[in-house]
Design a protein around this ligand. Structure first.
Ligand SMILES: CC(C)(COP(=O)(O)OP(=O)(O)OC[C@H]1O[C@@H](n2cnc3c(N)ncnc32)[C@H](O)[C@@H]1OP(=O)(O)O)[C@@H](O)C(=O)NCCC(=O)NCCS
Length: 221
């Protein structure tokens, strides 16, 4: 049987190679004629993704927020509880919200994003990124930018015109949002695990400004 080359093809965002992708480029064929996916893919989340999203969420918090959040909060996280939350949310999605996942060539979810109407009172038609998390193994490979770009397209279709996100003040991910054109807009202090935690709000005054250059992969959102 012919060997199956499953190595994902990575191209930096904006690479000219990204523009060359076609449907055929996303699939390889085994010696038996079966089609196999060979690429990462961004798609809408479904209820059956709930446990995978919960896994990414809990693991990303535990690897990213050490020292930023109290250990008791990180230890107390539960994939079962998060699965229940995401299952419920994805079974009855709000019409003004979007949840996307990025999956690897084997179909494993390695990151996700959720967004929708801003939770606090803000300008009408401003959306908020509620969650954006990748497994540590898949960070700094362009997937966060890709998820954000796909989400802004969907949010624009839903009628939103601007975007914001809350970030822990000590989170290096602030550089991620800054690199995508967001500017600090506000600050607040929240209480978690008995500690005061500083958060910064970043905003894009226009949704289009949050659009990273063309992505390397296929989106179906
Ligand atoms: C933040 C996160 C979603 C960004 O996604 P990503 O795929 O890792 O980021 P990208 O590869 O698209 O990065 C684009 C640019 O953002 C900047 N950037 C991203 N993550 C960064 C970090 N941790 N520190 C500094 N700069 C960062 C870099 O300039 C990067 O470009 P470069 O890699 O060519 O230098 C991801 O790293 C993550 O899940 N982090 C842990 C959880 C978290 O903090 N989520 C955000 C909650 S508000």
């Amino acid at each position: 049987m012919a060997a199956i080359a499953l190595a994902p093809r990575f191209h930096r965002i904006g690479s000219p190679a990204a523009a060359r992708y076609s449907v055929e480029a996303w699939f390889g064929t085994t010696g038996l004629g079966h089609t196999v996916a060979t690429e990462f893919r961004v798609r809408k989340a479904a209820p059956l993704d709930a446990s995978a999203i919960a896994h990414v969420y809990v693991n990303s918090w535990r690897t990213s927020y050490v020292g930023l959040l109290p250990d008791s909060i990180l230890r107390g996280m539960s994939e079962v509880r998060e699965t229940l939350f995401w299952w419920t949310a994805l079974c009855s999605p709000r019409s003004q919200a979007v949840t996307l996942v990025v999956q690897d060539p084997d179909g494993k979810v390695v990151g996700f994003l959720s967004a929708g109407a801003e939770r606090a009172q803000g300008p009408a038609r401003r959306a908020e990124v509620y969650t954006l998390y990748l497994l540590e193994s898949h960070q700094r490979r362009g997937f966060g930018s890709w998820l954000l770009r796909a989400a802004t397209e969907r949010l624009r279709d839903l009628g939103f015109t601007s975007l914001m996100v809350w970030v822990l003040a000590g989170n290096p991910a602030r550089t991620f949002y800054e690199s995508l054109g967001a500017a600090p807009m506000a600050a607040r202090t929240i209480r978690m695990g008995g500690r005061s935690i500083q958060e910064i709000a970043y905003a894009w005054p226009e949704l289009a400004l949050a659009q990273a250059p063309a992505s390397r992969g296929r989106s179906s959102v």
